[in-house]
Write a protein of this length. Structure first.
Length: 303
C-alpha cells in the first residue's frame, strides 16, 4: 500500500480529521517524548518564502524527535534540469521518509507524491490547497467553542486566489460548519463553491457569525484590474474599529497571515481581545506534530 500523504483536507476521513485535531490538542496540553518519531528524516522543501509555516513544521518535527533537513531548492538539481521524479527517487534513496513541500504551482505536491515512495505534506501549492493551515484554524475554532456543528464562519477577501480559503471550505463543510464567503465579484465569483453562501455586504454578515476569517489582499491582484481601487476595497471589506462593534462579544477573529495593516484589517483588530492570530500560530505547531505522527505511525486514528 502506498504511503499516506496529506495533500488537502479531503485526504482525511471525518473520523481521522477529528482524531488528528484531538491528538493536536493532547500535544498542546502535554508535549510527547522526543522518541515518538526518533530518527525519522523529515525534509523541508520550500520553493516559496515562508516564516510561520516553515518554522512551525521545523519545530513540530523537532518536538516529536524527527531528524529535520532544511533544503534550498534553488541550489538543488531541480534547478539544473532534474525532474521531480528524479529528485523524489534520490531523496528516497538517501533515506528521507517525509517531505514537507511548498510550491507556487498548483498540483506540485501531488506530482511529488506520485513520484515519492514516502509521505508528502502539502505546505501550500499555488492557489490550490494549504491543509495544515485549515487544520490549525479548525483546532482554534474547537478550542474556542468546543464544537463544530452549527458554527457560522465568514471568510472574507480574495477567495479566488486563496489556497487557505479552499482548504478551510473543505474542512469546515466536512465538520458541519456553515460557511459564508464574502468579497467582491472579481475576487469571489457567484459559482465559486457548492453549498456555501456568497455575500457581498460584510456589514450584513458580521452580526450573525461565530468567527470571521480575514484573508490577505494581494496588491498585485488589485493593480491587475481585479478591483477598481484599493480604497474601494478598504471601504467595503476592511475589518476596523467601526465594524468590530457589529461583531458579537463571543465571536472570534482569525487571520492566516501575513496580514496587511490598514488594508484587510486595522491595528484595532489586531489588538482586539477577540483576535486569535497568536493562538492560530501556536496551534500550528501542535497540528503539524499530529499530522507527522498520523502519517508515519497512523497513531492519530486511535488517539
Amino acid at each position: 500500500m502506498p504511503a499516506r500523504s496529506l495533500l488537502d483536507v479531503d485526504d482525511l476521513e471525518h473520523d481521522e480529521l477529528i482524531a488528528v485535531l484531538e491528538r493536536a490538542a493532547a500535544f498542546r496540553d502535554t508535549l510527547p517524548s522526543r522518541e515518538l518519531l526518533a530518527g525519522v528524516p523529515v525534509l523541508n522543501l520550500f520553493f516559496e518564502p515562508s516564516t510561520r509555516t516553515a518554522t512551525s513544521f521545523t519545530l513540530a518535527a523537532q518536538r516529536v524527535g524527527a531528524d529535520v533537513i532544511q533544503f534550498a531548492p534553488g541550489e538543488s538539481s531541480l534547478g539544473k534540469g532534474e525532474t521531480v521524479a528524479d529528485t523524489a527517487l534520490t531523496l528516497h534513496g538517501i533515506g528521507v521518509r517525509v517531505i514537507v513541500v511548498r510550491h507556487k504551482e498548483s498540483g506540485f505536491a501531488r506530482r511529488l507524491s506520485d513520484a515519492f515512495d514516502g509521505h508528502v505534506i502539502n505546505a501550500g501549492d499555488g492557489t490550490h490547497a494549504h491543509p495544515t493551515q485549515a487544520l490549525l484554524d479548525l483546532m482554534t475554532l474547537r478550542s474556542e467553542f468546543g464544537r463544530f456543528e452549527g458554527l457560522r464562519v465568514a471568510i472574507v477577501g480574495d477567495i479566488l486566489h486563496s489556497r487557505v480559503a479552499r482548504s478551510n471550505i473543505v474542512g469546515m463543510q466536512k465538520l458541519g460548519i456553515e460557511v459564508t464567503l464574502v468579497g467582491p465579484a472579481t475576487l469571489l465569483p457567484d459559482g465559486f463553491a457548492d453549498d456555501v453562501r456568497i455575500a457581498r455586504d460584510l456589514d450584513a454578515v458580521l452580526p450573525h457569525v461565530d468567527a470571521v476569517m480575514m484573508l490577505r489582499i494581494q496588491r498585485e491582484r488589485i493593480s491587475g484590474g481585479l478591483m477598481p481601487s484599493l480604497g474601494e476595497y478598504v471601504k467595503r471589506y476592511q475589518l476596523n474599529r467601526t465594524r468590530l462593534r457589529s461583531l458579537s462579544d463571543e465571536a472570534i477573529i482569525l487571520h492566516p497571515g501575513p496580514y496587511n495593516r490598514d488594508v484587510e484589517l486595522t491595528d484595532d483588530v489586531l489588538g482586539d481581545r477577540r483576535s486569535r492570530y497568536v493562538a492560530q500560530v501556536q496551534n500550528g505547531v501542535f497540528v503539524r506534530m499530529a499530522v507527522l505522527e498520523f502519517l508515519v505511525r497512523g497513531a492519530a486514528v486511535t488517539a
